[in-house]
Design a protein around this ligand. Structure first.
Ligand SMILES: NC(=O)c1ccc[n+]([C@@H]2O[C@H](COP(=O)([O-])OP(=O)(O)OC[C@H]3O[C@@H](n4cnc5c(N)ncnc54)[C@H](O)[C@@H]3O)[C@@H](O)[C@H]2O)c1
Ligand SMILES: [Zn+2]
Length: 368
């Protein structure tokens, strides 16, 4: 990863006011980026706090802080309450700002706690995973799980600002880098063939830490910015960003989060492409390159069983389903990904079964 040239800052329009997204190469540089934030309360990913202890201690100084584990099983209302209780113990005032440093899980819990603590305090995001830098950091959404169903409780509330610091990438495992690329590939396919080719070429030539990483990350953010500014509250066009997620979330629930979120998204978009091809929306050859890339990068074994019937049951629970219809996000081409209302009990189960039998990039345990 070449971090000598940081991407230019930009702003995102939102109901709660526009917020800035800026970039810093070093954790030491965060002090300047946050200098004008008074009365800070830090919520920090436990692992990040351990791996970047001295640099974060210098940043936090005397301000109060809580650490929180990045675990889907505690991305719950109980987890939110735990953070709020820590805020209360630290006597965090209504005028304070929460500074949330972590990946998507700690972001979701921290933003949720900030949204409701004393009816809401502002929050700043400092994403520390590739996925949270490229995707979840912007967009105003926060949510926690309800039972095994993902992100069923939550809301929309913009951050006060977002600061992306690429030094955090240095401690990410390959598995976490790979997961981030799941969302980056999703956004690239939504954008254009050229955007997809840039990501594909970087991955195939240089692996999970390509020199163009920051440019790819910035491009992903620009695509997401366009959709969230056009439809912050997910009433129309923003649903496109759910590409890969209806199937991906179903899988995450079925395998009890054995598969990281971004891997599930990559799998889900490969399945969505297969469904789009089977239903005649997509030229079968068009997405062969995507399948090849997903297979190359994301192939893995999964010890929990899953099958088409299980996936269909989960789709019924999805936020995008109602009255027997699910709004699938399916590509017609690169740069042309559409919202397609689809009967859950029509051809869909057969298309999914066909994918699992012939094209599944994961090696799964058999159901039953
Ligand atoms: N609210 C949104 O808009 C939105 C969007 C996309 C995803 N999400 C949610 O985000 C979550 C996934 O986020 P994620 O992929 O960032 O995973 P994560 O938060 O689980 O982090 C992955 C792992 O990386 C560790 N980690 C974090 N930063 C690190 C660093 N710099 N070095 C080493 N390890 C580090 C974490 O402790 C964790 O073990 C999912 O729950 C997903 O639903 C939310
Ligand atoms: Zn996602």
């Amino acid at each position: 990863v070449d971090d000598r040239v940081q991407p230019p800052p930009f702003s995102v329009a939102a109901r709660d006011g526009a917020y800035d997204v800026s970039f810093a190469a070093q954790i030491a540089g965060l002090a300047a980026a946050l200098a004008d934030v008074r009365d800070r309360y830090f919520v920090i990913d436990e692992t990040v706090a351990r791996l970047h202890g001295p640099a974060l201690d210098a940043l936090v100084g005397d301000a109060p802080r809580a650490t929180f584990p990045a675990d889907e099983h505690v991305k719950t209302l109980a987890g939110v309450e735990r953070v709020a209780e820590a805020m209360q113990r630290a006597r965090v005032a209504r005028t304070a700002t929460a500074i949330v440093i972590g990946g998507g899980i700690v972001q979701d819990v921290g933003a949720f706690a900030a949204a409701i603590y004393r009816r809401g305090i502002p929050y700043v995001l400092v994403p520390t995973t590739l996925l949270s830098m490229a995707d979840s950091g912007i967009g105003s959404k926060y949510g926690v799980n309800l039972g095994s169903a993902k992100n069923q409780l939550g809301g929309f509330r913009a951050p006060a600002r977002v600061v992306v610091c690429s030094e955090f990438l240095t401690t990410l495992s390959d598995a976490e880098m790979r997961s981030g690329f799941g969302e980056i590939i999703k956004l690239a396919i939504i954008e254009s063939a050229a955007a997809f080719e840039a990501v594909r070429d970087a991955l195939l030539r240089e692996g999970l830490r390509p020199s163009s990483m920051l440019a790819l990350l910035h491009a992903a953010l620009q695509t997401k910015k366009r959709y969230i500014e056009a439809d912050e509250f997910d009433l129309g066009i923003r649903k496109t960003l759910n590409y890969g997620h209806t199937f991906g979330h179903a899988l995450e629930g079925l395998v009890d989060h054995e598969v990281p979120h971004g891997d599930a998204v990559a799998w889900g978009l490969d399945l969505a492409n297969a469904v789009a091809a089977a239903s005649g929306l997509l030229e079968p050859a068009a997405m062969a390159g995507v399948h090849e890339l997903v297979e190359r990068v994301f192939t893995r074994s999964v010890s929990h069983p899953y099958d088409a019937a299980g996936i269909i049951d989960r789709i019924r629970l999805d936020k995008k389903s109602s009255g027997g219809i699910v709004e699938l996000i399916l590509p017609a081409a690169f740069g042309d990904v559409r919202i397609v209302p689809t009967p859950i009990d029509g051809d869909l189960p057969r298309f999914i079964a066909g994918y699992l039998a012939n094209r599944d990039v994961f090696r799964r345990a058999e159901a039953g």
